[in-house]
Write a protein that binds this ligand. Structure first.
Ligand code: NAD
Length: 423
């Protein structure tokens, strides 16, 4: 396979990891060499260096990307990231990951990702809007409701999605709500999107609790990361009677064997406080949190947290990966040896993209659903995918992570194959 990289980066280049994961699945599926070449590279890549007028009258040039990995199953879908460390290889890796994520939960999408090398916090609101509208214009040749539908990611939010939607709508002369998801509800967003990834984790933990006969009422849980994913998952689990004994954010960790008062902590977190300012538990360090003897561990913060080193100390029975890539391949091997069940990120954190899909469907139909309907459909989509992955894992005697990749790659492979090569 020949995939060119833009940098001769370290071994942990995210594109190397993404390709290694794909190749492992391709080997097992015995993909023919043509399909391997097609699925192993990104189909379309746009790099743009674009000017933005700053508040002090100066002009700065920013670099942005939009990459589409594969479009065999439908329009491309994937977030836009604003971060100083955005690189073309990272965007390619994330676009590839989006193809597999959409396929594993059977959404009619291919994968894409975008990003701008910028620290959004260093910009004024006017500069952020100028940058967003110009970037949206630069990528407007690729995006659209039938082509490629961006969404928020690290450093971007619903306000930025509204600006992108408005910019594209101004160009086209009519409101194009379905061009992005993750919008405010007032301009075609959907109810139930904000907490969707955390809610998806709740639905998966319910399945696991039934299967492994660990009643959720009274089950012990540790959650790393107290943001959109971890905070929502922790509060929903606590609502169902689970004891959240450990919680962390970037400021520190809290532990209480009797269960933390998650509702109060979450309210204070949303008011702007950090866990280090809050009481109700003892202090732990990050490694101690990961090694708590709990029924469920939910890493929902950063990538690369469960390494060979930290995995040795993990005492959780089941891990549900809220974050993207929280377990390194070496960490994964140690967990497998210890027979810890891991629900992998490409399945576990798809609640957000599933509800993004619902938002797009509603925008296309100009018909909006009640929150109950969103939740019910999310539940159906994620639990069906989970059961399909479990069945494949059992049939092939592989881990849930390998099974999820096999299911995803085989779906994309089939769509690519039956469509054939044009002309
Ligand atoms: P967020 O910014 O809302 O929250 C992240 C949380 O992690 C914050 O509480 C932060 O303080 C904490 N954190 C940062 N460094 C930490 C550390 N070293 N130890 C412990 N906690 C730390 O982000 P989010 O939207 O909740 O996303 C979390 C992860 O989930 C990311 O990997 C993201 O890519 C992934 N993800 C998010 C979504 C989504 O819908 N938001 C969907 C799929 C995947």
């Amino acid at each position: 396979m020949t995939v060119s990289k833009t940098t001769a980066g370290p071994v942990t280049n995210p594109l190397d990891t993404a390709i290694a994961q794909f190749e492992a699945a391709a080997d097992r599926l015995n993909l023919d060499s043509g399909l391997r070449l097609m699925l192993g590279v990104c189909k379309r890549e746009l790099t743009t260096n674009f000017p933005v007028q700053m508040d002090d009258g100066s002009t700065k040039v920013f670099t942005g990307y939009r990459v589409q990995h594969n479009l065999a199953r439908g329009p491309a879908k994937g977030g836009i990231r604003y971060h100083p460390a955005v690189s073309l290889d990272e965007v390619r890796a994330l676009a590839m990951l989006m193809t597999w994520k959409s396929a594993v939960v059977n959404l009619p999408y291919g994968g894409a990702k975008g990003g701008v090398m910028v620290d959004p916090k260093a910009l004024s609101l006017a500069e952020l809007e100028n940058l967003t509208r110009r970037y949206a214009t630069e990528i407007s040749i690729l995006i659209g409701p039938s082509q490629d539908i961006p969404a928020p990611d690290m450093g971007t939010d619903e306000r930025i999605m509204a600006w992108i939607m408005d910019t594209i709508s101004m160009h086209r002369g009519y409101t194009e709500a379905g061009v992005v998801t993750g919008k405010p509800i007032s301009v075609g967003g959907t109810v139930g999107r904000k907490g969707a990834t955390g809610r998806g984790i709740l639905y998966l933990i319910r399945e696991l609790s039934r299967e492994h006969r660990i009643p959720l009422d009274g089950a012990t849980v540790a959650v790393q990361g107290f943001g959109n994913v971890g905070g929502v998952a922790a509060t929903l689990l606590a609502d169902e009677g689970a004891r959240i004994v450990g919680l962390s954010d970037s400021s520190g960790c809290l532990y209480n064997g009797k269960g933390l008062d998650v509702q109060t902590l979450w309210r204070r977190k949303r008011e702007g406080a950090s866990l280090s300012d809050m009481g109700g538990g003892d202090r732990l360090n990050g490694e101690e949190l990961l090694s708590l003897p709990v029924d469920f561990l939910v890493p929902a913060a950063l990538a690369g947290q469960i390494t060979a080193q930290t995995a040795r100390h993990v005492r959780a029975k089941l891990i549900v990966e809220g974050a993207n890539g929280p377990t390194t391949p070496e960490g994964d091997a140690v967990l497998a040896e210890k027979q810890v069940v891991v629900v992998p990120d490409i399945l576990a954190n798809t609640g957000g993209v599933i509800v993004s899909y619902f938002e797009w469907v509603q925008d296309l139909q100009f018909f909006f659903w009640e929150e109950d309907e969103v939740r019910e459909r999310l539940h159906k989509a994620i639990t069906r995918a989970y059961r399909e992955v479990c069945a494949l894992a059992e049939k092939e005697s592989v881990s849930l992570r390998e099974a999820a990749m096999l299911l995803a790659v085989s779906r994309v492979e089939e769509a690519t194959r039956v469509r054939g090569i044009y002309p």
